[in-house]
Ligand binder design. Structure first.
Ligand code: ADP
Ligand code: MG
Length: 268
C-alpha cells in the first residue's frame, strides 16, 4: 500500500492580463478525495486550473502549491506531471504529429513504468469511456470533437494514474451517457486504486457530481473560496443558484444561463 499524498494550495494569488483574479486560495486535497469547486462564471475557477497546470500567461503573485511538500509553482509542466499532477496532453501540452500511444509511452517511461501492455490497456480504457478505438491512432489533438476530447482526456488519466487531477468542466460538451461514462471512470480512479486519485472537479452543475461523488464542495466567488461544505452544498447550489455569491464580487461580468441548461455554453 502506497502512502497518502497531499496537494496543498496556500495563499494563492494570481493575475492574468494584468488583473488579479485569484485573491488568496487555500485548498487541501488528499489521495482518494474528490473536491468540487463550483461558483458563478468569472469567479476564477478556470484561472485556478490554469495556474495549477502552469499555463503560460498566468502570473503568480503569491502563495504556494505543493504535492507532499514539493513546490510546483514556477516549475515547467513536465515536472509538475512528474510530481504527480495530471495534465491532459491535448491541453496545455500539445504534441502535434505524435500519436497518443507514443506520448503515453514516453510519459510512462519518464516515470519508470512498464509499457509493454499499453496498446491493450488503451483499448480497454477506450471501451470503458466510450471512445471509438480508431481515434487512438490519430495524432494528438487532431480533429476530435469536444466530447471525444473529454473521453480521450479521461483515458489518459486512467492510464497515467497521476496522484492528483484538476478537471475543468469535464461535463462541458458531453451528453448524459458520455458524462456518466467519464465521471464513473474518474470516480473509479478515486475509489478503486490504492492510494486513490485526488480530484479537483471544477463544475457549474451538479449533474457531474451525481456520478463523481464529491467529499467536499467549495464555492468560489471573485477569486476566493467563500464557502466550503459537504455534498449537500452542491444540492443547495442547484436549488438556489449563485446569485448570493455573485454579489460578493466587485466585477464579475457574466451570468449563468437563464434556464440552467447543463449543456448550454455559459459564455455563449
Ligand atoms: P470561471 O472559470 O470561474 O468562469 P475564469 O477563471 O475563466 O472564471 O475568469 C475569471 C476572470 O478572469 C474573468 O473576469 C475573466 O474575464 C478574466 N480573465 C480570464 N482570462 C483572461 C485573460 N486572458 N485576460 C484577461 N482577463 C481574463
Ligand atoms: Mg471556467
Amino acid at each position: 500500500m502506497t502512502a497518502i499524498s497531499v496537494l496543498r494550495i496556500e495563499g494563492l494569488r494570481a493575475a492574468v492580463g494584468g488583473k488579479e483574479i485569484l485573491r488568496g486560495i487555500d485548498l487541501e486535497v488528499r489521495s482518494g478525495e474528490t473536491h468540487a469547486v463550483m461558483g458563478p462564471n468569472g469567479s476564477g475557477k478556470s484561472t485556478l486550473a490554469h495556474v495549477l497546470m502552469g499555463r503560460p500567461g498566468y502570473e503568480v503573485l503569491a502563495g504556494s502549491v505543493t504535492i507532499d511538500g514539493e513546490e510546483l509553482l514556477g516549475r515547467p509542466v513536465d515536472e509538475r506531471a512528474r510530481a504527480g499532477l495530471f495534465l491532459a496532453f491535448q491541453y496545455p501540452i500539445e504534441v502535434p504529429g505524435v500519436p497518443l500511444a507514443e506520448a503515453l509511452r514516453e510519459a510512462l517511461a519518464a516515470s519508470g513504468r512498464r509499457t509493454v501492455d499499453l496498446e491493450e490497456e488503451m483499448a480497454g480504457e477506450a471501451a470503458r469511456v466510450g471512445l471509438v478505438a480508431s481515434l487512438l491512432d490519430r495524432p494528438l489533438n487532431v480533429d476530435l470533437s469536444g466530447g471525444e476530447k473529454k473521453r480521450n482526456e479521461t483515458l489518459q488519466l486512467a492510464i497515467l494514474r497521476p496522484r492528483f487531477a484538476v478537471l475543468d468542466e469535464l461535463d462541458s460538451g458531453l451528453d448524459v451517457d458520455a458524462l456518466r461514462q467519464v465521471a464513473r471512470r474518474v470516480e473509479a480512479a478515486s475509489n478503486e486504486a490504492e492510494p486513490g486519485l485526488g480530484v479537483i472537479a471544477i463544475t457549474h452543475y451538479t449533474r457531474l457530481l451525481e456520478e463523481l461523488a464529491p467529499d467536499v464542495v467549495h464555492v468560489m466567488s471573485a477569486g476566493r473560496i467563500v464557502r466550503t461544505g459537504g455534498p449537500e452544498l452542491a444540492a443547495e447550489l442547484e436549488a438556489s443558484g449563485y446569485a448570493v455569491y455573485r454579489e460578493a464580487g466587485p466585477d464579475e461580468p457574466e451570468a449563468l444561463p437563464a434556464e440552467g441548461d447543463p449543456f448550454a455554453d455559459p459564455l455563449a
